[in-house]
Design a protein around this ligand. Structure first.
Ligand SMILES: [Zn+2]
Length: 231
């Protein structure tokens, strides 16, 4: 029998690590196959050496224990349209994932990046329609997160060193404030406070999600991020 599988569908290399790097490492540690699908190569980035992102993404995925596929949709022009559905559907069929993680689909039309919004809509639509996913969640946007009111949290305290090491692989992106270690830790400790108001240790780190679908019979345990209760 094949191991259970997590498919993380994101627009650009680095999006998955920022939104759910700790969760992916946690699933990997729990025996899941973890696959990251980046729909573009990020080559339209404003950073000095965007061509480095493919190599960086592979090094980053290796730290998490994931495999990664970088598709060739045009960076900056991902649409809710046939080619995007085709790319994502192919991997949904290939992997039959038990868990799908993707971008938050903001209700605010101008919030976050247009590629994130389109990717999240397509991946969420296809995941909901598929048979195998037990859990579908949308991760925190990397910068503008107005409207993001998470209702699902995963304790990634143990996996923060891997998340930080994975993100550090993106040297070409290192000038961006949201890629800095202190910013990543600040977000994770804030979400720990939100998830466990009275109980979180000072150094607890959580990742936050919008829950789209879960077949668990124990939602209380889920919101406290106990992954072993997820499936
Ligand atoms: Zn992105």
């Amino acid at each position: 029998m094949r191991p259970p599988c997590v498919l993380a569908v994101f627009a650009h290399p680095d999006d998955a690590e920022l939104a759910c790097g700790g969760t992916l490492a946690s699933f990997r540690d729990g025996g899941y196959d973890v696959h990251i699908l980046a729909l573009t190569d990020g080559s339209n980035s404003s950073v000095p050496r965007p061509q480095d992102r493919r190599r960086e993404a592979e090094a980053s995925a290796a730290i998490i224990g994931a495999t990664i596929t970088i598709e060739d949709l045009p960076d900056g022009e991902v649409r809710v349209a046939g080619p995007t559905f085709a790319k994502v559907e192919r991997w949904m069929r290939e992997l039959s994932p038990d868990v799908v993680i993707t971008h938050f689909t903001s209700p605010l039309p101008l919030d976050d990046h247009q590629d994130h919004h389109a990717t999240g809509l397509v991946a969420t639509t296809l995941a909901k329609r598929a048979i195998t996913p037990q859990l579908i969640i949308q991760g925190e946007p990397p910068v503008l997160n107005a409207g993001f009111t998470p209702n699902f949290f995963v304790d990634v305290s143990e996996f923060m060193p891997k998340k930080l090491a994975a993100i550090a692989q993106y040297e070409s992106e290192s000038s961006k404030p949201y890629m800095r270690e202190n910013a990543i830790i600040a977000r994770a400790t804030w979400w720990a406070r939100q998830a466990k108001v009275h109980e979180a240790a000072d150094d607890a780190c959580y990742e936050a999600y919008m829950l789209i679908k879960c077949r668990s019979t124990n939602p209380h345990m889920l919101v406290h991020g106990q992954k072993e209760k997820v499936l």
